[in-house]
Design a binder for this molecule. Structure first.
Ligand SMILES: O=C(O)CCC(=O)C(=O)O
Length: 290
């Protein structure tokens, strides 16, 4: 039985985030990190769509280490305390900040490029530490309470994680004094609202920082446009999403089929979402970056 902090939901609602949440044991985190390294070597060697979508958005459909994490009872209990008993996994995103990496992520809100209706009350991102996350290795920073400002204007900047974020960054001032560093032990996680303004810094240490970010939604969430799919992890209702299936083993034929269908569907929809948003700002969707 997992122990959930009694004020978790209240902190999530008022601050827009809550951490640390104890999730994987240190041994589970170490094992997941080792399997993550093997996964990265495998997809790099395989090339094609597996390499292109190595870091997002459906890692858990093709590998059992990520599937184990998205189904982890301690994580699901925490998310259930926030969102209720019907839960789906919409995405997994691998954030890696290599040793001595000078790259960083600008202030942004996840919600602006995800294309989800109903995320305000019915979605949360869980950021799981496969390694420690510290100020020195470029952990995330949250702007406390920024989710209450709704979605903020973004501009296209530059980003090393361009494929995930399209290089978007918040175009208004963020109160740096209110920012909170997300310091975690390996195996712990943090949970944030999809409209939380956050950023992350360079890694000044000799070890890489590895985090798996999982987007959980409830059946009340729906795609803003187009068809999408999600994996039911608690309850029985997939709502507007086509149901997905768990991998029986790493890269097996059924898992590969599920993975390719899901990422193709998703990419089409996200491209459209970004084009529409950019079109709103530029007046002509055809001028947007795809
Ligand atoms: O890990 C990072 O550097 C950034 C993570 C992030 O932006 C997110 O999980 O939404």
């Amino acid at each position: 039985m997992t122990t959930i902090a009694p004020d978790l939901a209240q902190r999530f609602r008022s601050d827009g985030f809550a951490f640390p949440v104890d999730a994987l044991t240190p041994a589970e985190a170490e094992q997941a990190l080792a399997e993550c390294h093997t996964y990265l070597r495998t997809v790099k060697a395989a090339g094609g769509a597996l390499a292109r979508y190595a870091a997002f958005p459906k890692i858990h459909l093709v590998t059992t280490w990520a599937d184990r994490i998205v189904q982890h009872p301690a994580i699901l209990d925490a998310v259930e305390a926030l969102l209720g008993p019907e839960l789906l996994v919409w995405s997994t995103n691998l954030f890696i900040r290599p040793a001595h990496s000078g790259s960083s992520l600008a202030w942004h809100q996840d919600a602006v490029y995800l294309g989800l209706n109903g995320y305000q009350q019915h979605a949360a991102r869980v950021w799981v530490g496969l390694t420690h996350a510290t100020v020195a290795n470029g952990t995330m920073r949250y702007a406390r309470g920024s989710h209450l400002r709704g979605t903020l204007p973004h501009r296209f900047g530059s980003s090393d994680l361009e494929d995930i974020m399209r290089g978007e960054e918040i175009a208004v001032d963020i109160d740096e004094a209110a920012a909170v560093d997300v310091v975690l032990q390996a195996g712990q996680c943090s949970v944030h609202h999809l409209a939380m303004a956050h950023c992350s810094g360079p890694n000044h240490t000799a070890d890489g920082r590895f985090n798996l970010a999982i987007d959980y939604i409830t059946p009340q969430v729906s795609p803003t446009a187009g068809e999408d799919s999600a994996l039911l992890v608690r309850g029985r209702d997939t709502g507007a999403f086509l149901p997905e299936t768990r991998p029986a083993s790493d890269f097996d034929q059924a898992a590969l089929h599920e993975f390719y269908s899901a990422v193709t569907r998703r990419q089409k929809r996200i491209d459209q979402t970004v084009l529409n948003r950019h079109g709103e700002h530029c007046g002509d969707p055809k001028q947007g970056r795809a």
